[in-house]
Ligand binder design. Structure first.
Ligand code: COA
Length: 180
């Protein structure tokens, strides 16, 4: 790890009651990670539309996707949710054997302590358990740190695309990992 001991963490499937904590983690992490890439009003729109508690609750309840959360296992923050990952097969990827990692966010102060790797591992297990053969990840092309993370996990660049976020159209790099 970069500068500290590994965190005592537990990674588990999210429950409906975790929706508020996921929304909070998304709010903090999106605001920090994308402050130089995405306009504040567009970040606010994503958080309002995609991360409303009701939307997250509905998404957690779906059977064709999975949310995993990383929570601290040490006092005084025992049970604090410090990150999450969301993967699913319901978006139109064009191949029923593909799974998409739709989000992976770790609170800034807990990054580079192994939580992302632990969540990534759970997403891979979910994909394999659901007989998926490939995992796809879309990353803002300018998000060099996240691309580095996924490439270190073995994902390879698949293709380039564009992503519309509110009023912005941003370059997006897709990575792919074979699960078979
Ligand atoms: C990208 C992210 C999910 C990785 O999770 P994490 O818990 O920080 O990653 P890990 O501690 O498991 O890191 C594993 C390895 O990935 C690489 N890595 C992770 N973050 C990195 C960064 N910012 N810069 C360079 N390499 C990085 C490192 O090699 C790291 O190992 P090391 O710390 O021993 O050098 C997390 O940093 C994050 O939430 N970033 C902001 C939001 C974001 O960009 N999410 C992805 C959207 S597609």
């Amino acid at each position: 790890m970069a500068d500290s001991l590994p965190l005592p963490l537990r990674v588990r499937p999210a429950r409906i009651v975790d929706a508020s904590a996921i929304r909070m983690a998304a709010t903090i992490t999106w605001t920090s990670a994308y402050k130089h890439l995405i306009a504040p009003e567009n970040i606010a729109a994503v958080l309002r539309d995609n991360y409303s508690v009701a939307n997250v609750e509905q998404s957690i309840a779906r059977e064709d996707s999975a949310w995993f959360i990383a929570e601290l296992m040490m006092p005084p923050n025992l049970g604090k949710i410090i990150g999450y990952a969301h993967c699913g097969s319901y978006l139109a990827l064009g191949n029923a054997n593909d799974v998409m990692l739709q989000s992976m966010y770790i609170l800034p102060e807990y990054q580079r302590k192994g939580a992302g790797t632990a969540l990534w591992g759970q997403a891979l297990v979910w994909g394999k358990d659901h007989q998926k053969s490939r995992m796809f990840i879309g990353v803002l092309t300018q998000n060099v740190a996240a691309r580095r993370f996924y490439e270190l996990q073995g994902a390879k660049v698949s293709h380039e695309d564009k992503l519309t976020i509110g009023s912005q159209i941003l370059p997006e790099t897709w990575l792919q990992l074979d699960l078979s």
